[in-house]
Design a protein around this ligand. Structure first.
Ligand SMILES: NC(=O)c1ccc[n+]([C@@H]2O[C@H](COP(=O)([O-])OP(=O)(O)OC[C@H]3O[C@@H](n4cnc5c(N)ncnc54)[C@H](O)[C@@H]3O)[C@@H](O)[C@H]2O)c1
Length: 438
């Protein structure tokens, strides 16, 4: 497919001057906490070069939002496991004239393959990490190591070792004064923020219970095509493989779980028990993930969170709601409504004026880079991910799983190698009672 013409973008002279200053400083003081990213952008202007890693639906959306978030921002490099995804995303982005004017991704900065992420990281100031979450720890570590600011889609990992790597990388980002914004977009939603502010201010008294429900229909399936290796098939049909998606509760229900952690002021449960299985996802195209899970989490102070999720085909009642129950009232989180001693509803007129949450997270990311006061969402974004992972562990094994067990788990889902000819046998479906925790 032919590309829309794009105008080359040169770094501004100010940008280049700062870049050279920073490079010199880095060469002479490599061990110092002073970093390239700080020097180039702390409170600064000049063009911010953005790179997209993972050119699917969300990545294309995130690139659009990044380009709208700041006047002096350009998309200059793109990477995907598959070449067709880079081309498709670039074509889609270029179909909007205002966005096209901010794109400069010539063929030599379009990368594909498993190593493509590093080529993008090497070409930019800000990276958008939008692949399936199985790659997030690897890509996040590489971006931090290279002193890049980061937008990082949820969830952050698929296993305990991955969460530990994300926590360490996030801490490193903090030391290097790099911005790290999480794609847990409800945290950037104005109505949601107002709701949680009231919860934390005591509008419903002490929290006694939490409930989150994520009952939806199924999502896409990518059927195997002739000529695909096992690896290509699993990568294309990634949702159905836990090493890539974490299972559906980690990949999708994590938004609701994150809100539960947010309600508890970013503290997380000490244990959980769950039940789950696959009733309708039974075909070979469904890999080995579950389609229903029900988990009861318990926090240190005894508060319980009742988490229910499933993805069944048409004909079932759907429900995506979260509730916080307190000693003095109740919160319908998704409706931003409090009933009880301090009734309140987020004003509809205000909601109509609010910036879309997906745009807001990029607005705040770029503003924080410009101000030299980088946002770092690292700690809670990793722990909300672990809360979802421990729920999956409880459902897969049928055991009570503690937070410490999940955090220290040795179960590393990474495949032996990232090669297209890597043999990738179909994983067994977990069987509670037989599947072991590790
Ligand atoms: N915040 C939200 O509301 C929201 C909404 C949708 C998706 N997401 C998240 O965004 C991520 C991507 O989801 P999506 O819907 O865009 O999926 P998608 O399948 O449309 O896109 C993912 C892309 O990543 C590519 N990819 C896979 N492995 C790669 C690798 N190692 N290097 C480079 N590219 C690689 C795939 O080929 C694909 O093009 C997921 O983590 C998902 O949870 C978040």
């Amino acid at each position: 497919m032919s590309q829309q013409p794009v105008s080359p973008v040169q770094p501004s002279s100010l940008n280049r001057r700062r870049f050279l200053q920073a490079t010199a400083a880095q060469a002479t003081a490599a061990a110092a906490s002073y970093t390239l990213a700080q020097a180039v952008h702390a409170g600064g202007d000049g063009v911010l070069r953005v790179g997209l890693i993972g050119c699917g639906g969300r990545g294309t959306g995130a690139a659009t939002q990044a380009l709208r978030a700041d006047r002096e921002v350009r998309l200059v490099a793109m990477a995907d496991a598959f070449e067709d995804k880079v081309t498709g995303s670039l074509n889609q982005l270029s179909s909007d004239a205002a966005i096209r004017a901010k794109i400069d991704v010539p063929p030599e900065r379009r990368f594909h393959g498993f190593d493509a992420y590093q080529r993008v990281i090497d070409s930019v100031d800000v990276v958008l990490l939008c692949t399936p979450p199985g790659f997030r720890p690897l890509h996040l570590e590489a971006a931090v190591r290279a002193n890049k600011h980061i937008f990082c889609e949820k969830p952050m990992a698929v296993d305990g070792p991955g969460v530990r790597r994300v926590l360490a990388a996030a801490e490193d980002a903090r030391r290097r004064r790099l911005a790290l914004v999480a794609g847990f977009c409800w945290r950037y939603h104005s109505g949601m923020r107002a709701t949680f502010e009231r919860i934390h201010d005591g509008a419903v008294g002490d929290i006694v219970a939490l409930q989150c429900t994520y009952n939806t229909g199924p999502i896409w399936v990518r059927a195997r095509q002739a000529g695909w290796t096992d690896m290509e098939y699993q990568m294309r049909n990634w949702y159905y493989y836990t090493w890539l998606s974490g299972d559906y509760n980690v990949e999708q229900h994590c938004h609701s779980i994150d809100k539960m952690g947010w309600a508890m002021r970013n503290t997380y449960p000490v244990r959980c028990v769950g039940t789950g299985g696959r009733q309708t996802r039974t075909g070979p195209e469904h890999g080995h993930i579950f389609d229903h899970m029900s988990v009861v989490y318990e926090f240190e102070n005894g508060v319980k969170c009742f988490s229910n999720s499933r993805q069944f085909p048409r004909g079932c009642a759907n429900d995506v709601t979260d509730h916080v129950l307190g000693t003095r009232g109740k919160v319908d989180v998704m409706r931003h409504r409090i009933t009880g001693a301090n009734p309140w509803t987020y004003p509809a007129a205000q909601a109509a004026r609010d910036v879309d949450m997906y745009q807001q997270e990029h607005n705040e990311l770029f503003a924080s880079i410009r101000r030299g006061q980088p946002i770092n969402d690292g700690d809670w974004m990793a722990k909300s991910t672990l809360m979802a992972i421990m729920g999956r562990m409880a459902c897969y094994t049928g055991q009570v799983i503690t937070w410490d067990q999940a955090m220290n788990s040795r179960q590393d889902l990474t495949p032996p190698s990232y090669r297209w000819d890597q043999p990738m046998p179909e994983p067994e479906v977990a069987r509670p009672g037989s599947t072991r925790f590790s």
